[in-house]
Write a protein that binds this ligand. Structure first.
Ligand code: TRP
Length: 434
C-alpha cells in the first residue's frame, strides 16, 4: 500500500497546488480587512517580516516532514515517535473544523456570484447580508454546494482531481486578480489607496498589531494543521524544500498585496473607511460596485476570483483529513472522501445556521461559526505549528536538514527554529487564549 501513494506529476503542479492552498480567503478577504484595521503600511511591513523570517520556517518544516515520512499527518507524527501521534490527530481534526466555517463563506460567495450574474441586485447590501443569513435554507444549501464543488477533486484523486483543478483555477485566478487590480488603479481613489498601503505611519505601531500580523502570516501559509505535511508527502525525492518555500511565500505575498491594490483604491474612491472588518468584502465592496460602471462584470469577476481562491484552499484542507483515512485505515479514496464529506457537513450545519436560526446558541459567548474560527485560528493552528517546530528543532534533527539544506543560512534558520520560534508561538498561543 505504502508504495501506491500518489505523487505530484511535476514540480510545477506541486508548486501551483501549494500556492492554491496558501492563497485563499485569507489573502483576499482577511488580509485587506486586518490590514485596514491595523492602519495599512506599518502592518504590511511587520507582516512581510513575519512571513519571510518567522512563518517560512514552520512552512519548510511541515513540507519536509511530509517529504521524509511520506504519509498522512497522523502517521507522520507517529513515525517520528509514537508518543507524538496525538499532534497528528489534532491536525487531522483541525482540518475538518476549518472547512466547517471556511465553506460557509464559500457558500456566500456562490450566492453573490449568482445574484450578480442573473438575479436582481439588492440596493442595500448590509440589509441583504442579514436577510440572506436569516433564511435557514439558502446559506446552508450553498455551503453544501460549495463543499461538493471542493470535495469532488480529492474524491477523483491527486493527479486527475487536485492537480487538474489547481492547474486550471489558479491561472484564471491570477489573470482576474491582475485585471481587477489594474482596473482599481485607474480609479480616483487609487493614489490614496496606495498611500494607505505603502506609506507607513509609525504611530500606528502596536504590540497587538505584531500579533495580528503573525496570526495572519500563519493562517495564510496554511501552517499548523498538516495540510503542508500532506502536500509535502506527495513530493519526489529530488525536490528542494527551501527553494519551494521561497517560491511559495513570494507568490502568496504578491497575491495578498495585489488584493490590497485591488481593494483599497475602490474603498477610498468611495470614501468609506478601510476598517469595515469582516464584512468588507460582502457588504462594503458590493455596495461600491453598484456605483461603478459595469457593476455586474466587475462583481462577477471579483466573486469568481474569490471562489477559485477558496476552492483551491478547501481542496488541501479536505485532502489532509481524507489522506488520514486512506493511509491509516487503508480505505479507498472515494470512501474516505464520502466520510469526510459527512463529517464536514455535520459541523457546517450549525456553523451556517449560526448567522440565523442558531444565533442565540453560544459556546464561550461565541456563535458556533465564530467559535470554530477562534479555536482553529487562535489555538489549534498555533499549537500545531508549535508542535512541529519543537519536534523538528529539538527531537528529529533530520527534518531541519531536509527543510533548510546546509550552509550558514541554514544554520541561521535552524537557530531561529530552535530558539526564536517556540517562544514566539507560545506567546501567540497565550495571547490567543485570552
Ligand atoms: N491559507 C488559507 C487562506 O489563506 C487558509 C488556511 C488556513 C488553509 N489553514 C489552512 C487552507 C490549511 C488550507 C489548509 O485562505
Amino acid at each position: 500500500m505504502e508504495n501506491k501513494r500518489p505523487e505530484w506529476t511535476s514540480y510545477i503542479s506541486f508548486i501551483i497546488a501549494t500556492i492554491g492552498s496558501a492563497v485563499g480567503l485569507g489573502n483576499i478577504w482577511r488580509f485587506p480587512y486586518i490590514m485596514g484595521e491595523y492602519g495599512g503600511a506599518v502592518f504590511l511591513l511587520v507582516y512581510l517580516f513575519m512571513v519571510a523570517l518567522i512563518c517560512a520556517i514552520p512552512l519548510a518544516v511541515e513540507l519536509a516532514m511530509g517529504k521524509i515520512y511520506k504519509s498522512d499527518v497522523v502517521s507522520v507524527y507517529e513515525k517520528i515517535n509514537s508518543r507524538f501521534k496525538i499532534f497528528g490527530i489534532i491536525g487531522g481534526i483541525t482540518a475538518v473544523l476549518i472547512p466547517a466555517f471556511y465553506f460557509v463563506v464559500g457558500g456566500w460567495i456562490i450566492n453573490y456570484i449568482w445574484i450578480f450574474l442573473i438575479n436582481d441586485i439588492p440596493a442595500d447590501f448590509s440589509a441583504y447580508f442579514l436577510t440572506m443569513n436569516a433564511n435557514p435554507y439558502i446559506p446552508l444549501s450553498l455551503t453544501v454546494l460549495f463543499l461538493l464543488c471542493t470535495i469532488i477533486f480529492p474524491f477523483i484523486g491527486l493527479n486527475k482531481g487536485i492537480e487538474r483543478a489547481n492547474n486550471i483555477m489558479m491561472p484564471l485566478f491570477g489573470i482576474m486578480l491582475i485585471l481587477l487590480a489594474g482596473y482599481a488603479l485607474t480609479l480616483s481613489g487609487a493614489q490614496e489607496g496606495l498611500r494607505f498601503m505603502f506609506k507607513p505611519d509609525f504611530s500606528k505601531f502596536s504590540g497587538e498589531m505584531i500579533l495580528a500580523a503573525l496570526g495572519q502570516a500563519l493562517f495564510t501559509l496554511s501552517i499548523g494543521m498538516g495540510a503542508m505535511i500532506t502536500y509535502g508527502s506527495y513530493l519526489k525525492k529530488e525536490v528542494n524544500i527551501r527553494k519551494s518555500v521561497y517560491t511559495l511565500i513570494f507568490f502568496d505575498t504578491v497575491v495578498a498585496m495585489l488584493a490590497g491594490i485591488m481593494i483599497f483604491p475602490i474603498v477610498f474612491t468611495n470614501g468609506i473607511e478601510p476598517t469595515a472588518g469582516a464584512t468588507l468584502v460582502f457588504i462594503s465592496l458590493p455596495q461600491i460596485f453598484l456605483s461603478l460602471p459595469f457593476t455586474r462584470v466587475l462583481a462577477v469577476i471579483f466573486f469568481l476570483l474569490l471562489f477559485f481562491a477558496a476552492i483551491t484552499s478547501g481542496i488541501s484542507l479536505l485532502e489532509t483529513s481524507i489522506a488520514c483515512l486512506c493511509d491509516r485505515f487503508k480505505m479507498s479514496r472515494k470512501k474516505s472522501a464520502l466520510l469526510i464529506f459527512l463529517a464536514v457537513l455535520l459541523l457546517a450545519l450549525p456553523s451556517s445556521l449560526s448567522f440565523g436560526l442558531m444565533t442565540d446558541i453560544r459556546i464561550f459567548d461565541k456563535t458556533f461559526f465564530d467559535f470554530l474560527d477562534y479555536i482553529t485560528s487562535n489555538i489549534l493552528m498555533p499549537f500545531g505549528s508549535l508542535a512541529a517546530v519543537i519536534i523538528a528543532g529539538w527531537y528529529a534533527k533530520n527534518i531541519a536538514k531536509e527543510a533548510f539544506g546546509e550552509g550558514n543560512f541554514a544554520r541561521l534558520l535552524t537557530f531561529l527554529l530552535k530558539f526564536v520560534l517556540p517562544p514566539v508561538l507560545i506567546a501567540v498561543l497565550i495571547i490567543g487564549l485570552n
